[in-house]
Design a protein around this ligand. Structure first.
Ligand SMILES: [Ca+2]
Ligand SMILES: [Ca+2]
Length: 352
C-alpha cells in the first residue's frame, strides 16, 4: 500500500512538472512571435488633437528604419510628399478644416528598406464657445430714466468670432429662480442692454449674461456685479414765476415750493424712503438756483432760497436752472424766461 501511494505521488509530481514546463515553453514561443523585427516602423501623432476653428496642431511622425537607411514618406492630405526621412522625429504644423469644423484624418505612408508602413491620426476641429468679460452696470441718470440701469459687457471668442446673440437675466434673488427681467435670446451684436421696465427702489439685484458667437455656440452664464438701487426716487425740480412775462428790472417771484402768501402750490416733487410716493413737499431739501449774470436777488433771498425774488439785468430769453438735492441724489431743471424791455415812462410834452 505504501509503495503504491508513493508511486501515485511520484506520477502526480512529474505530471505537474511537465505541464508547467510546457506552459513556459509555449509562452516563450508566443512572446517571440510578438517581437517581430520592425523593418520600417512609423508612428503618427497630433498635439493637440482637439482644436478650435482656424487653430493649428502639430503632427509628429516618428520613423525607424531597420536596417538603418532612409524611408520615402508622404503625409496626406498635403503635408509632405515623397520625402527621404532617416530615423528620427519630424514635426509638421497643420491647420485642418479650412475654417470649418469636423474630424480631419491625416495618413502617413513610408516605404523603407524593409517594406511599407502606414499610420493615421484624426484631429477634431470644433467651434470654441465665446465668453463675456468686463460686466458692468450703469445705474444711469435717475433724473431722466428712473431705475432702468444699463448692463454692458465685452464679447470675446477664442477664434475671433463676432457676437451673434445675448441673454440677460436679472433677479432680486441670487438663485435666479424668480426672474424680474429675462431678455430671452436677443439676436444682436450690441454689448449693452437697458432694462425694459423700471426696477424697484431700495433693492439688491443680481444679474447674469450668456452670449452666443455667430456660429450659435453659446457661453456659460457669466455673473455680473450685484447692485443696490437707491432708497427712493431722486427729486424732480420744477418751478413757475410771476409775472409770467416780466420786464427788465421788474421784481419776479420764482416758486418751487408752496409758501403761504407767496407761492400757491408745490411745483417740485420729492420722494420719501420706501418708494416713489411723493412726500408732501421738497421744502427743507437743498436748493440751488442759477440765473444769468447781472440778475439781482431781492433782499432776503439768494441762490439757495426755495422761492427767490429777482430782477433780471438783461432782456430776451434768460435761462434759469434749479437743482434740488436730497439724501439720495440731485436733479436739475432749466426753463427759459422771456424778459422784455421796460415800458417807456409817460413824459409831458409841452404843446406847440
Ligand atoms: Ca467661437
Ligand atoms: Ca425674484
Amino acid at each position: 500500500m505504501n509503495l503504491l501511494k508513493n508511486k501515485k505521488i511520484f506520477i502526480l509530481f512529474f505530471t505537474v512538472l511537465f505541464l508547467t514546463v510546457g506552459v513556459i515553453l509555449i509562452e516563450r514561443a508566443g512572446s517571440q512571435e510578438i517581437v517581430v523585427e520592425c523593418e520600417t516602423c512609423i508612428d503618427l501623432t497630433a498635439s493637440p488633437n482637439l482644436i478650435g476653428r482656424g487653430e493649428s496642431s502639430t503632427l509628429t511622425l516618428k520613423v525607424n528604419n531597420t536596417p538603418d537607411s532612409f524611408a520615402i514618406c508622404s503625409i496626406s492630405p498635403g503635408v509632405i510628399s515623397n520625402e527621404s526621412l532617416n530615423d528620427g522625429t519630424y514635426n509638421y504644423v497643420v491647420s485642418p478644416g479650412g475654417g470649418g469644423t469636423g474630424d480631419f484624418t491625416y495618413i502617413a505612408d513610408c516605404t523603407g528598406g524593409g517594406g511599407q508602413a502606414t499610420d493615421s491620426i484624426t484631429i477634431t476641429v470644433i467651434n470654441m464657445p465665446p465668453t463675456a468679460t468686463n460686466l458692468n452696470v450703469n445705474q444711469g441718470d435717475y433724473c431722466n430714466i428712473p431705475l432702468r440701469p444699463i448692463f454692458s459687457w465685452t464679447f470675446s471668442d477664442p477664434e475671433g468670432d463676432s457676437q451673434g446673440a445675448y441673454q440677460i437675466q436679472v433677479d432680486n434673488n441670487s438663485n435666479f429662480f424668480s426672474l424680474e427681467i429675462d431678455s430671452g435670446k436677443v439676436f444682436s451684436s450690441s454689448e449693452s442692454y437697458a432694462a425694459p421696465t423700471p426696477l424697484s427702489y431700495n433693492t439688491t439685484y443680481y444679474w447674469r449674461l450668456k452670449v452666443w458667437d455667430n456660429y450659435d455656440r453659446e457661453s456659460n452664464w457669466v455673473s455680473g456685479p450685484s447692485f443696490i438701487t437707491p432708497s427712493h426716487a431722486y427729486p424732480d425740480p420744477d418751478f413757475n414765476w410771476s409775472p409770467v412775462s416780466p420786464t427788465q428790472g421788474e421784481v419776479v417771484q420764482f416758486c418751487a415750493t408752496q409758501e403761504a402768501g407767496v407761492c400757491s402750490e408745490d411745483m417740485s416733487t420729492c420722494y420719501s424712503a420706501g418708494g416713489s410716493i411723493p412726500s408732501p413737499s421738497c421744502s427743507g431739501k437743498t436748493f440751488l438756483w442759477t440765473f444769468p449774470e447781472g440778475t439781482e436777488f431781492a433782499t432776503g433771498t439768494s441762490s439757495t432760497s426755495e422761492n427767490p425774488r429777482v430782477k433780471f439785468g438783461s432782456t430776451g430769453a434768460q435761462n434759469v436752472s434749479l437743482e434740488i438735492t436730497d439724501e439720495v441724489g440731485s436733479c436739475s431743471r432749466t426753463k427759459s424766461v422771456g424778459v422784455m424791455l421796460p415800458l417807456p415812462k409817460w413824459r409831458e410834452v409841452a404843446p406847440w
